[in-house]
Design a binder for this molecule. Structure first.
Ligand code: ZN
Ligand code: ZN
Length: 125
């Protein structure tokens, strides 16, 4: 069981299975929506995502046809990404909102072509 919440605490949720297929998404839409170099998502079956509180606080934004991004209407934390036509019964969770430690063996990078120019994976001095 994994629990997560938004920055202001209005929204909290539980995942009944560990997020799978953890991905760093470097697409422009994730950069804009999260305000970060990339967004990290993990996916669970829709039935495994249970809101403990604040579901009504979520705002849905359709960022492209059929793709819905949900975020807290108070603090702006990204929570959900859904609408992948190949996996209609799954939802992706912005796993930076998890409060429970998660072990991830491998993170896949997607949309590396739009990676921001200032992101370096190794620190240099
Ligand atoms: Zn919030
Ligand atoms: Zn993306």
């Amino acid at each position: 069981m994994y629990q997560g919440s938004c920055l202001c605490g209005s929204v909290s949720y539980e995942l009944k299975s560990p997020p799978k297929a953890v991905t760093n998404c470097h697409c422009n839409m994730c950069q804009k929506q999260h305000g970060t170099a990339f967004a990290t998502y993990g996916s669970v079956p829709l039935k495994d995502l249970v809101y403990l509180k604040g579901r009504e606080m979520l705002v849905a934004y359709e960022s492209s046809s059929g793709i819905t991004r949900k975020f807290c209407g108070t603090c702006g934390s990204s929570v959900e990404w859904s609408g992948n036509s190949k996996f209609p019964d799954w939802v992706s969770i912005a796993i930076g909102t998890l409060d429970t430690p998660l072990t991830v063996n491998r993170i896949k990078d997607v949309h590396p072509d739009t990676k921001v120019c200032w992101l370096h994976s190794e620190s240099t001095s």
